[in-house]
Design a protein around this ligand. Structure first.
Ligand code: GLA
Length: 437
């Protein structure tokens, strides 16, 4: 358990965060990185999938990784309503650095692409009511070959804190040995704590460890706020399918560990780009909500269709993703036709249900299921009210425990529902009435 203190001892927000962290430790002693952060999955924007490592601003002035790109995104996150629905973290990925450290050994941004420096960019982002994320690597080099943090963990953490950074994505390329990988992730976590600044810590530790060693998620959660388990997402249905299949294959381990303060990260939302059909975009949004995933969009907010924007800003879906109970959903069944039924327990005894049609041939298909299947028989017992959230919002009415529900799902699409249980109440006159639990 690590609590970030306030180095200056001033009664600031950081001090409050530390107090909150102490309170949380008392409330939940099980070892998690209780730094008071990421109590629900972080939401924001991350440049990698859409903008990759474009460093040529002369040829590609609008696509290159530069302070201008992040300032434009910050402006749009506010003016287009992204911040107001919860997308708060504006995150820089790889390729922001100069090829060498400065004379004092500190990381520095590329002077041509970030002429004002990261501190100034952080001030700008903060002035918009947003937070700034940055990227570094546990090994000798970042994945794209920029300076790694190995041997500089404390200095790099202090540098990021001095710039006012709010989130660190810590990659694992060139990590050396498995011992160094684990030691590096832990040392950086402690170093971030020591800075006294509240910095969300995003890890890729299990992803790099997995080919050789079974990840110890209990330990990982003690050090990280969220962590990648599977290969990088790309802008295609195949990539979404792979991530969903891997997640359901390992779901017993993954769902057991996820919760406030520590989340599994199935990687960025690629909605609003080029590779996914409309139904597939719905599936990504619905299933990322079911998985209690960090919602980090990687798209171009300057060019996004109104439909993709509405999907990403859908408040009912975001509410499921951000549900305060913080339980990750899981797949209950997959049938021979390729239908998958997922459920996620929500606060107040409610459930989110996703029905995905994995067929890639034909047209919309009907799927019927018994409500007794859901929530170990409790989701609709004795009755429930069902709201469809995706693909469109509509009320599906009241149902009994023994009812069957029929939904129609497009190929590669998903229907997302919220089920609120209704308990039977006996009123004074002795007759029966239904009330929301
Ligand atoms: C790795 C990570 C990606 C991205 C790139 C950057 O592949 O998994 O998410 O950060 O490095 O080089």
């Amino acid at each position: 358990m690590a609590v970030r203190g306030n180095r200056r001892g001033a009664p600031s927000r950081v001090g409050l965060t530390a107090l909150l962290a102490v309170a949380l430790e008392l409330a939940c002693p099980a070892g998690a990185l209780e730094n008071g952060l990421a109590r629900t999955p972080p939401m924001g924007w991350l440049h990698w999938e859409r903008f990759l490592c474009q460093t040529d601003c002369a040829q590609e002035p609008r696509q290159c990784i530069s302070e201008k790109l992040f300032m434009q995104m910050a402006d749009l996150m506010v003016s287009e309503g992204w911040r107001d629905v919860g997308y708060q973290y504006l995150c820089i990925d790889d390729c922001w650095m100069a090829p060498n450290r400065d004379k004092q050994g500190r990381l520095q941004p590329d002077p041509k692409r970030f002429p004002s420096g990261i501190g100034k960019l952080a001030d700008y982002v903060h002035s918009k009511g947003l937070k700034l994320g940055i990227y570094a690597d546990v090994g000798n080099k970042t994945c794209a070959g920029f300076p790694g943090s190995y041997g500089y963990y404390e200095l790099d953490a202090a540098t990021f804190a001095s710039w006012g950074v709010d989130l660190l994505k810590f990659d694992g390329c060139y990590y050396g040995t498995l011992e160094l990988l684990a030691e590096g992730y832990k040392t950086m976590s402690r170093a971030l704590n020591k800075t006294g600044r509240s910095i969300v810590y995003s890890c890729e530790w299990p992803l790099y460890q997995k080919p050789m060693q079974k990840p110890n998620y209990t330990e990982i959660k003690q050090y990280c706020n969220y962590w990648r388990n599977f290969a990088d997402i790309y802008d295609a249905w195949k990539s979404i399918k792979n991530i969903l299949d891997m997640t359901s294959f390992y779901q017993d381990n993954l769902t057991a560990i996820a919760g406030p303060g520590g989340w599994n990260d199935p990687d960025m939302l690629v909605i609003g780009n080029f590779g996914l059909s409309w139904d597939q975009q719905i599936t990504q949004m619905a299933l990322w909500a079911m998985m209690a995933a960090p919602l980090l969009m990687s798209n171009d907010l300057r060019h996004i269709s109104p439909a993709s924007k509405a999907l990403l800003q859908n408040k009912e879906v975001i509410a499921i993703n951000q549900d305060p109970l913080g339980k990750q959903g899981y797949r209950i069944t997959k049938d021979s036709r390729g239908f998958e039924l997922w459920e996620r327990p929500l606060s107040d005894g409610a459930y989110a249900i996703a029905i995905m049609n994995r067929q890639e041939i034909g047209g919309p298909q009907a799927y019927s299921f018994s409500l007794t299947f859901l929530g170990n028989g409790l989701a609709c017992n004795p009755a429930c009210s069902i709201q469809q959230i995706l693909p469109t919002s509509r009320h599906l009415g009241l149902h009994n425990w023994v009812s069957f529900l029929k939904v129609v799902v497009n190929p590669t699409g998903t229907v997302l529902l919220k089920i609120v249980v209704i308990e039977e109440k006996r009123d004074v006159s002795g007759s029966h009435s239904l009330g929301v639990l």
